[in-house]
Design a protein around this ligand. Structure first.
Ligand code: SF4
Ligand code: SF4
Length: 415
């Protein structure tokens, strides 16, 4: 880790009020400033890697709200992630990490096969029985958490369903490569179907390469930098086989990762790939005037949760709001602390259930105060976490991906 990144912190404390773990604990060691200080002391040899120290560092969600607030460009979340990667490189991957991060996640076909038993579990009625009888309490805690987060799975992953090339629905204005995120394909396939439909309606030919791999974000979460680079190299090569104007994704986590391929791989083709990447809201916002004429009224009270990977990691805040405000009849209310993490953060909600639940509660309290009927967001992790939270605590509020709502407005369907 570059020492200069650690000494840039001038200890002003401007990051403290935005850090979710500091807001919950008021502990300096659970704040961005404290984490930077711990990493600095480690590097200077004044501290050892004790369990307690690792515990404080691992409480970080890598939400990067601190980076948005810091006047000195310090990114505590990224520094902690870098430290985790360094440790993992020194220690090597464990058996299960190797199995999940290298042999399962990067292979869409294996990932899809692994979901088969879960689909059967849901469709056979066993899930309903397990939940009704409260049998989940007998599962190990992480398994109980994972099961609780699982929404109803679509009949088939979207990757198996869509054509590699979706033609433009009108005079063609360009070609986009669509990066279909794993979780979007496996769980939120309606949202990605809506994304492709919107792009096609606006005159884009959409190419979704069938052999694309995971973006590598799960590897980064697990500290497996080399695994992420392997996925990145493969994806850069796959997309370089197509002549596309943009590479679009509707998954905030994927978008943040894809935009950093150039930084991680440090080569020209990876930089060219990253330069073409756009979050779907960025591309749709370029056509806002046209979209305005295509959208039909939806009488709804809506609010928006900024995924960390979109607001803090990609700096996209205005576009999703502008797009929502294009829908006739829609009432948009700004959510209090809209860009605060929801507590999902990859597998944080499974590994750190108590802190995750505290952070989620704060988010749900803000949703309740907004009086919205529909909560919009654009990242699968947030969708999973908030869907579960809303079902338990605010069942009257529905959650949708941004593109689902826009596509329904375009179709003139009621939500
Ligand atoms: S990380 Fe940035 S905002 Fe936080 S205390 Fe240091 S300089 Fe200030
Ligand atoms: S990344 Fe998020 S949780 Fe971690 S120090 Fe920064 S604000 Fe706090």
């Amino acid at each position: 880790m570059e020492y200069v990144k650690l000494i840039n912190c001038m200890r002003c404390g401007m990051c403290l009020p935005v850090c979710p773990t500091y807001k919950e604990t008021f502990l300096e060691t659970a704040s961005p400033r404290g984490r930077v200080a711990l990493l600095r002391k480690l590097q200077e040899g004044e501290l050892e890697q004790s369990e307690r120290l690792l515990e404080f560092l691992s409480l970080c969600l890598d939400c990067q709200a601190c980076a948005s607030a810091c006047p000195c460009g310090v990114n505590a979340g990224e520094l902690v992630a870098e430290f985790t990667c360094q440790r993992k490189t020194e220690k090597g991957l464990g058996f299960m990490e190797e199995l999940i991060l290298r042999r399962l996640v990067p292979h869409p076909d294996r990932l899809e096969s692994s979901m088969g038993p879960l689909r059967l579990y849901q469709r056979s009625g066993v899930q309903k029985l397990v939940r009704t009888l409260g049998l989940l309490k007998m599962f190990p805690r992480p398994l109980e958490r994972m099961e609780g987060l699982l929404p109803e799975l679509p009949a088939r992953p979207l990757r198996q369903e869509i054509q590699e090339v979706t033609p433009a629905a009108r005079e063609e204005r360009g070609t986009v490569g669509f990066f279909l995120g794993c979780v979007m394909s496996l769980i939120f396939s309606d949202a990605s179907r809506a994304t492709i439909k919107l792009l096609s309606s606006l005159g884009y030919k959409v190419i979704t390469p069938r052999n694309q791999l995971c973006c590598g974000a799960p590897n980064m979460l697990g500290g497996d930098l080399e695994g992420m680079k392997q996925d990145a190299r493969a994806n850069v090569e796959i997309f370089s086989g197509y002549d596309v104007d943009f590479i679009v994704t509707d998954c905030g986590g994927c978008g943040a990762e894809l935009k950093r391929y150039g930084h991680h791989l440090e080569d020209e083709s990876a930089s060219a790939f990253s330069a073409k990447v756009r979050d779907i809201s960025q591309l749709l916002a370029l056509h806002r005037d046209e979209l305005r004429t295509m959208l039909k009224p939806l009488e709804l009270k809506v609010t928006y949760h900024d995924p960390c990977h979109i607001a803090h990691c990609q700096g996209i805040r205005a576009e999703p709001r502008e797009l929502l405000k294009l829908v006739p009849g829609l009432t948009f209310t700004e959510l209090n602390e809209a860009d605060a993490c929801c507590g999902s953060a990859g597998t944080y909600n499974i590994q750190r259930p108590e802190m995750s639940d505290r952070i989620l509660k704060r988010k749900l309290d803000n949703v309740r105060s907004s009086d919205a009927e529909v909560l919009i967001t654009s990242n699968p992790g947030c969708l999973l976490q908030l869907k579960k939270g809303l079902a338990e605590q605010l069942p009257q509020v529905r959650i949708m991906h941004l593109t689902e709502l826009l596509a329904q407005s375009m179709e003139g369907e009621s939500v």
